[in-house]
Design a protein around this ligand. Structure first.
Ligand SMILES: [Zn+2]
Length: 308
């Protein structure tokens, strides 16, 4: 059933197909959605693979249909539109599963956005997870792994979906080099140059001003290149913000070590402020702004205390 996702989720597929084929499941899975559009469709296919008596060759038997309709008695979904998932919902789930199972050899519950659980709900679920009945499989999802408490994380097999596949470095290349004057290899080099500059600046603050010739202007000397490099920098900081918020990296997932370093110097507000400054100068640069001064001003505004 998961075969159709092989291109979108190769590594997740490998892992879960192995569970399905061997019949050896973890008692709890935590899926990090990462903006993956087909996440719930995917998870539903996985649940059908677990519960369907025809194993993974099916998708249209009675049980598979009931799962699709969310009326299968051995499968329960917990979700809420509100900000908080309350203890009562978990207690209700437990009570439900304490009644005798009816059809399948496995019972499954799905808790959507488990980061919404308050402390009481989390503690109740933890007790439930700690006494796993061999035939019950928990499936949790989250949009923000950083908001899931550690004790829950540590009791689950954590599975990261690949994020939305069209937001990659290639789409960034297409976007930022529209006039076609920059080769892909040069683009990758430039990303490294800009990342180095960002890391250098995080470490050195305003002192960076003494090094802008060596670290910036030697690479991005004319107005067009300067603006293009500022755009690369903007996307780097957007991914730094993604990282701080516990979201998947949108563009620079291959550079996660560098993103982590850059992200280690402040809170999310600090990086939001930086992106605002970059945006401001991307806009200003089309005017007759002196490029040397421009970078100095950016560095000074980054280091300033006030927001405006
Ligand atoms: Zn079936």
């Amino acid at each position: 059933m998961l075969d159709k996702y092989i291109d979108e989720q190769p590594s997740v597929n490998e892992l879960l197909c192995n569970c399905i084929n061997t019949g050896r499941y973890s008692h709890a899975y935590l899926f990090v959605v990462n903006g993956y559009q087909n996440a719930y469709e995917y998870i539903c296919s996985f649940i059908k693979s677990i519960c369907c008596p025809n194993n993974h060759k099916c998708e249209n038997c009675n049980i598979c249909r009931l799962i699709d309709e969310n009326t299968f008695s051995d499968f329960k979904v917990i979700e809420t539109d509100s900000m908080m998932l309350k203890k009562e919902m978990i207690v209700e789930l437990q009570d439900y599963f304490n009644t005798k199972k009816l059809y399948a050899n496995k019972r499954v519950y799905l808790i959507k956005n488990c980061e919404k659980m308050n402390i009481a709900a989390s503690n109740t679920l933890l007790k439930f997870l700690e006494e796993p009945e061999s035939d019950i499989i928990a499936i949790l999802t989250t949009d923000n792994i950083n908001q899931v408490i550690d004790t829950i994380k540590s009791r689950c097999q954590v599975i990261y979906f690949n994020g939305s596949s069209n937001n990659t470095i290639n789409s960034l290349f297409d976007n930022l080099t529209k006039d076609g004057n920059i080769e892909y290899d040069k683009f990758i080099e430039d990303i490294n140059t800009v990342m180095d500059f960002c890391i250098f600046n995080e470490k050195n603050g305003v002192s960076t001003i003494a090094f802008t010739k060596k670290k910036w202007h030697n690479y991005f000397s004319d107005r067009g290149m300067f603006k293009y490099a500022l755009n690369i920098m903007l996307y780097i900081y957007l991914d730094v913000i993604n990282y701080k918020l516990g979201h998947a990296l949108t563009y620079f997932s291959d550079y996660v070590d560098n993103i982590k370093i850059i992200a280690s110097y402040g809170e999310v507000q600090y990086y939001i402020k930086k992106t605002k400054v970059i945006l401001k100068y991307i806009d200003l640069i089309k005017y007759n702004l002196n490029l040397n001064l421009c970078m100095d001003k950016i560095i000074i505004e980054w280091a300033g205390d006030n927001d405006e």
